[in-house]
Design a binder for this molecule. Sequence first.
Ligand SMILES: Nc1ncnc2c1ncn2[C@@H]1O[C@H](COP(=O)(O)OP(=O)(O)O)[C@@H](O)[C@H]1O
Ligand SMILES: [Mg+2]
Length: 257
Amino acid sequence: MEIGPKIIAITGKGGSGKSVTTTLLAKLLSEKYNKKLLLIDADPTHPHLSYMVNLIPEKTIEDVRTEIIEESINRTLEVDKIARNIDYKIYNIVKETKSFGVLSIGQPKIEGCFCPLNNLLRNVIDSISKDYDFILIDCEAGLEQINRKVIRNVDIVLIISDMSVRGIKTASSIKESAQRFTSSRYIGLILNKVKGSFQTLTDHIARLDLQVIGKIPDDEIISQFDLQGKPLIDLPENAQSLASVDSIITKLFSLDY
Ligand SMILES: Nc1ncnc2c1ncn2[C@@H]1O[C@H](COP(=O)(O)OP(=O)(O)O)[C@@H](O)[C@H]1O
Ligand SMILES: [Mg+2]
């Protein structure tokens, strides 16, 4: 891999395991590989990542957006000063531990469109990326953020699918969008919650020309953590799912592009 920040978008249909995969990647990249990480919880409707990694920012990008709007309306600051302040404000809402930082997109306070938030997020990703070894973006389900070019400047797109034809079909649409709308140089499929035999799925994957980078088993320990409401970042190091994610990381490190 090249030196420099690596921006990885984690995508897939709702419930496929985007947030779980992001958390397991974060755990290994920070604890085992000592990488400086920024995690972006970019799912406005299901912001679960912060809870899974047990680091909840006090303020979200939406809060900053609201503040900026108020400042502009009340004219408490000159407009260009407000614009210059945006990056500073965003940097300040990143919740940091020694292992990683978390930035949360938040939920729009007014019903409806996510566009203004997505626009802000796009600029944030562009300007903040230089400070980290890796940026993991836990995306909103589906195609919206890719099609709106929110995640245009990414290096890697990982598409998560559960063990369903629907998941694989969504993965295929996401791949097409990612090829069109992002600068990604690698797009890989991760099969998640794998159990039993799945020849039919394998046939679909081959037909849709998806490249499988790894498989994560349906892991009983993850379900146990879910049941007890424990943060997944504390998963024991010998968990099966972690070993699978580690081999995905090895493959990511060896990508030659
Ligand atoms: N490999 C796995 N083994 C067991 N349960 C899993 C696994 N991956 C995800 N889950 C469970 O599936 C549900 C959805 O996962 P989540 O990561 O929140 O999906 P998404 O972020 O894509 O909507 C959660 O309850 C999660 O704990
Ligand atoms: Mg999620």
